[in-house]
Design a protein around this ligand. Structure first.
Ligand code: DUC
Ligand code: ZN
Ligand code: ZN
Ligand code: ZN
Length: 478
């Protein structure tokens, strides 16, 4: 087996940092050593197969993006990244594991939806991958199938309070699914927006001729997120289910989560880079030579971008510091403008919802370290360690310690990353939602289970390197 030493760097964990060399044997970390250590009179560096020089750089556990949608069927089209292109872009950006959402559509058996997802991913991924299960049709057969998912290594499922007629669950269905969550220890993940009310508001806007992308965010008012978050919390309280609210963007939704946590409830939340950096005002002002005011379609996602004037972005950063929100995922759900987003040219409701960010999450969050929003350790915690613990991967992933998979990123704080379609973009999209963003840092080297997959700007891994991750129950359960 190949032995590797990552030498001279600063190893950063969720709880601290130290100068240390990381010794890897095959796929796993075997030791953290004093810099320049010797073994039986010989330097370790001289006795390994390969040395990666990390002098002046950070050595961190590889990023875990716990919310992605490769090849998701949505609005009559399909998310444009395949498991192959999406996981390769992830690797470029320092993410070494994803948890994607297997989909059960309405009328489909969960077993069949899951099998189809395995088929899409198997043999195609650049990095390790796990699944959550979207339950799009809560019925008696689904409830029975859900209870067996932990045996398959799937320890979380997602329900939607939005998208009536597509993925939507009503309160009765949510209650029953949450009882399965309570009984099995599976985490209930919730898309918390009041879909039926949003659909009425959206119809009224369209009837008034307000069809531009901007109105997507007006219809999906923060009150709809706050209300649904509260309802999800109360149903979780009643049933005793552990709850994880996805893509939180409204400060009022965070207040609901903080309130429930203060009362001792097992409730967690994630936000995404778009809710930290981008705003509804940016979307309103967006206009370009090719798409005019339809330019705003690039940032149509749900939950939507929120008003900066109302202070949502500020509140999301704050919640990441105070641990009212525990992690950052991307909700990577890319669509091209051509042929995909443009389906909604005359009606914002027909724009497929989603933003592609999988490649930039580690960089965008590192920029929060540079600007003083979060500490270096919190960066690692939000992007790797907590995702591992939350979704039953910790020990193998999310930490650099003996026995852990050698999923490691060497990150250069003196490097620079210019984000843009013509620059560092590897996602299968014809635009970047992050065009022009400048990051004071750069992914230098990425290892996935001991194998170097990214070196500088070059991808040196292979399709099929990534394996399916059977996950245990959340290590946050009490
Ligand atoms: N939100 C998105 O933006 N895309 C896919 C599904 C979702 O909930
Ligand atoms: Zn969602
Ligand atoms: Zn999603
Ligand atoms: Zn790159």
């Amino acid at each position: 087996m190949t032995t590797t030493l990552i030498s001279g760097g600063t190893v950063v964990s969720a709880t601290g940092r130290a100068a240390a060399d990381v010794l890897i044997d095959g796929e796993q970390v075997v030791a953290l050593l004093q810099p320049g250590s010797e073994l039986l009179g010989t330097s370790v560096a001289a006795s390994v197969d390969r040395v990666i020089d990390a002098t002046g750089k950070y050595v961190i556990p590889g990023g875990i993006d716990a919310h992605t949608h490769m090849q998701l069927p949505f609005g009559g089209t399909e998310a444009s990244d395949t498991f192959e292109s999406g996981t390769r872009a992830a690797a470029h950006g320092g993410t070494t594991s994803i948890i994607d959402f297997a989909v059960q559509t309405y009328g489909q058996r969960i077993e069949d939806g899951l099998a189809a997802w395995h088929e899409k991913a198997a043999g195609n991924c650049a990095i390790d991958y796990g699944f959550h299960q979207i339950v799009g049709d809560v019925n008696e057969a689904s409830l029975a199938a859900m209870a067996k998912l932990p045996d398959e290594g799937i320890s979380s499922f997602k329900l939607f309070m939005a998208y009536p007629g597509v993925f939507y669950s009503d309160d009765a269905q949510i209650l029953k699914a949450m009882q399965v969550s309570r009984d099995t220890g599976m985490l209930t993940m919730m898309h918390a927006e009041n879909g039926p009310a949003i659909d009425v508001l959206a119809q009224q806007l369209v009837d008034q001729g307000k069809t531009d992308p901007y109105y997507h965010g007006i219809a999906r008012a923060w009150e709809m997120e706050e209300e649904a978050t509260h309802r999800a919390i109360m149903l979780a309280k009643l049933t005793g289910a552990p709850l994880y609210v996805v893509h939180v963007s409204a400060k009022q939704a965070v207040e609901q989560l903080a309130w429930a946590r203060d009362k001792g409830q097992n409730v967690y939340g994630e936000t995404c880079p778009q809710y930290l950096y981008l705003s509804l005002e940016d979307q309103l002002g967006a206009s370009g030579p090719e798409w005019g005011s339809f330019e705003g379609a690039k940032w149509v996602c749900s939950t939507p971008l929120r008003s900066r004037e109302e202070g949502h972005q500020h509140s999301m950063w704050q919640a990441l510091r105070t641990n009212d929100l525990q992690m950052v995922s991307t909700d990577h759900c890319p669509f091209c403008m051509k042929d995909q987003k443009e389906l909604g040219l005359s009606d914002f409701r027909k724009i497929p919802n989603g933003i592609g960010s999988i490649e930039h999450r580690m960089d965008l969050m590192y920029q929060g370290v540079v600007t003083g929003e979060i500490t270096l350790e919190r960066w690692v915690e939000l992007t790797s360690t907590t995702p591992a613990r939350m979704f039953g991967l910790y020990g193998r992933k999310g930490v650099i310690q003996p026995g852990a998979d050698a999923d490691i990123v060497v990150y250069d704080p003196n490097g620079h990353t210019s984000i843009g379609l013509e620059k560092t973009h590897h996602m299968n999209m014809d635009y970047s939602a992050w065009e022009g963003y400048e990051i004071d840092g750069k992914v230098d080297t990425v290892l996935s289970r001991g194998k170097v997959v990214v070196e500088g700007d070059a991808y040196v891994g292979a399709k099929g390197d990534g394996r399916f991750l059977k996950r245990g129950l959340s290590q946050y359960l009490i």
